[in-house]
Ligand binder design. Structure first.
Ligand code: NAD
Length: 325
């Protein structure tokens, strides 16, 4: 039974310390919580403190923390290769292990046996169903999806998604705890693969692959067009709000009357659409392989740690602009 208040949470475990688990640890530590990072891979644990230094440096450079506050936050983080030790006395668990049902279920079975029964077990899963994961536990009511957007210590969104056996108290606690950390929790009303944003992102990738696969644009050209066009507006408002400003008749013009793109009586498909091969999983895989190879070649010389630092600094500046009024 979850009776805890979000303000009672003082110690958190990050189970899985990869890209997302590590970033969660930065967020929790920054907000004064003690953090245990657990991972099965030793290098993840031994490199964590070096990476913490780099992540906190970016926050200090952005003026969000003093060097002393950053050092104190880093000191609140411990690493452990022992799950029982990592879960000892924690008040909240954020799981960020691999995106595979077999592995998530095994991790949840172990966490459920080790964590106090009043501790929420939240999962970062990008697309999976909590109903399928929580079935491995004796206390499914305390399991919930808390899906962040990368990197969670900077990007505010956290989607909260209950499984069929998740209690309302668990949803409320996860939501309120995320709000306490300065996140923007959005609670999904029903469970769905990909939750909200990744469900939509799947459609975006599906069409981007189709365009590349059928020779309309390269992957880099799509990135350029998206970044300099829709990306700018989408940084400020959601797609439906964008639609309200696109035409005098608002979203009705854009979506119902389809005035701006293809009007119903004048809907002429291009040659590439007429001649394109039928969509199939096999073709989509081949196109995905081609896009991945193109981007890998483009970024072959890049220092990805430096690119990540650049991204994080820019995101912080963008948030400053967005939150200014
Ligand atoms: N990368 C993203 O953009 C992103 C965004 C939001 C959510 N997520 C989700 O977060 C989760 C983690 O993704 P990631 O990108 O950090 O992956 P990752 O591969 O960087 O990290 C996964 C970590 O889990 C560890 N691990 C493997 N088996 C384990 C076990 N049994 N117990 C504990 N740790 C184990 C691995 O050693 C690795 O460090 C996934 O569910 C993913 O869908 C990812």
């Amino acid at each position: 039974m979850i009776k805890m208040n979000p303000d009672d949470i003082t110690k958190v475990a990050c189970v899985g310390g990869g890209t997302i688990g590590f970033s969660w640890a930065v967020l929790f530590a920054r907000h004064g919580l003690r953090v245990n990072i657990y991972d099965i891979a030793e290098p993840v644990l031994s490199e964590a403190h070096g990476e913490l230094r780099a992540a906190f440096e970016t926050l200090v450079e952005a003026g969000l923390l003093t060097a002393e506050e950053a050092a104190a936050a880093r000191d609140r983080v411990r690493t452990s290769a022992d799950l029982a030790e990592a879960l000892q006395d924690v008040d909240f668990v954020q799981e960020s292990g691999p995106e595979r049902y077999r592995i998530k279920r095994e991790i949840y079975r172990e966490m459920d046996a080790l964590a106090r029964p009043d501790v929420v077990l939240a999962s970062s899963t990008s697309a999976m169903l909590m109903t399928e994961i929580q079935s491995a536990t004796a206390h499914p009511e305390r399991c919930v999806v808390a899906h962040p957007y990368n990197p969670p210590h900077i990007v505010p969104l956290v989607e909260i998604v209950p499984g069929e056996a998740t209690s309302d108290e668990t949803v409320a606690l996860a939501r309120d705890f995320m709000a306490r950390l300065g996140r923007v929790p959005v609670v999904a009303r029903k469970e769905c693969r990909g939750h909200i944003v990744n469900h939509m992102q799947a459609a975006l990738y599906r069409e981007a692959l189709w365009l590349v696969g059928n020779g309309v644009a390269t992957a880099a050209e799509i990135d350029l067009a998206f970044r300099t066009g829709p990306g700018l507006r989408l940084a400020l408002m959601g797609p439906f709000q964008v639609g309200m400003l696109t035409s005098p008749g608002g979203l009705r013009d854009t979506l119902v009357n389809r005035k701006l793109d293809h009007s119903l009586e004048d809907d002429i498909p291009s040659r590439v659409e007429r001649e394109a091969p039928a969509r199939s999983p096999e073709l989509a895989r081949r196109w995905a392989e081609a896009c991945a190879a193109e981007m890998e070649a483009e970024l072959a010389e890049a220092d990805m740690a430096a690119v990540r630092k650049w991204r994080d600094a820019k995101l912080l500046k963008l948030l400053e602009v967005i939150n200014a009024d």
